[in-house]
Write a protein that binds this ligand. Structure first.
Ligand code: Z5A
Length: 205
């Protein structure tokens, strides 16, 4: 039986990494095999692309190049990890996926949506997440939570306006693809957020 594919999305600092393990725990407790992974990254080569796109500062990365790097990594990730896991009946939980590209490279960097949709069609070959959890909060909240950490990557150096555009693009996608998106108010306390996540995952299980 084909596994289920769940993605977690949201702007910086809204609690994706924190809640990824929580969601994974619920799925494992129900007895399913599970792959927990992330983007950019998820395979050895795609992790190298992640290092380039997040941390290399020695050469400008134009928005188009950034977009293509995201989909190159995704192509490796889908072929070498996500599809094989789903085909073996494993569930997959992924920290960010293509909705992040529409939000960051589309909303944030201004890359045309139809260009992103073309790449999505090539690379996904029909696959879409069964469920996308959008952890939503005002960027001021996410940035304040994330700000307590170490050195910033290329995205973390962006201003609050950039993250407002990213958030708006995420919310627009959640409205357009309401059949697979669940929007969770991540400004609340962690126990409140996790109560809602528990309900959402139990419904799927
Ligand atoms: N990117 C892209 O541009 N295009 C793409 O296609 C893809 C990605 C796939 C790396 O992503 C960057 O890649 C990302 C977009 C770009 N850059 N940005 N921004 P990433 O997922 O690796 O990095 P991130 O967004 O920077 O994740 P993050 O900063 O680690 O945020 P998070 O995982 O959502 O938050 P967290 O680490 O779970 O929580 C942050 C802190 O808040 C932590 O101390 C928690 O304990 C605390 N927290 C969490 N929830 C709560 C609540 N509810 N209350 C209080 N405190 C909380």
């Amino acid at each position: 039986m084909q596994g289920r594919f769940i993605t977690l999305e949201g702007i910086e600092g809204v609690g994706k990494s924190t809640n990824l393990e929580f969601v994974a725990g619920l799925i494992r407790a129900a007895g399913h095999k599970l792959l927990v992974t992330r983007e950019p990254g998820g395979t050895p080569l795609a992790e190298q692309l992640r290092q380039i796109v997040l941390h290399r500062e020695d050469e400008a990365v134009p928005a188009l190049a950034e977009l293509l790097i995201m989909f190159s990594g995704r192509s490796l990730h889908l072929a070498n990890r996500i599809r094989p896991a789903l085909d073996q009946g494993s569930w997959v939980v992924c920290d960010r996926f293509t909705d992040a590209t529409f939000a960051y490279q589309g909303g944030g960097r201004g890359q045309p949506v139809d260009r992103i949709e073309t790449l999505e069609a090539w690379v996904h070959d029909g696959l879409q997440p069964d469920l996308t959890i959008l952890l939503d909060a005002d960027p001021e909240i996410g940035l304040a939570r994330a700000g307590a950490r170490g050195p910033s990557d290329r995205f973390e150096k962006e201003r609050v306006d950039f993250f407002r555009r990213v958030r708006a693009a995420y919310l627009a996608r959640a409205e357009r693809f309401a059949d697979r998106f669940v929007v969770v108010d991540a400004a609340r306390t962690l126990p409140e957020v996790q109560d809602e996540l528990r309900i959402c995952i139990k419904r799927m299980l």
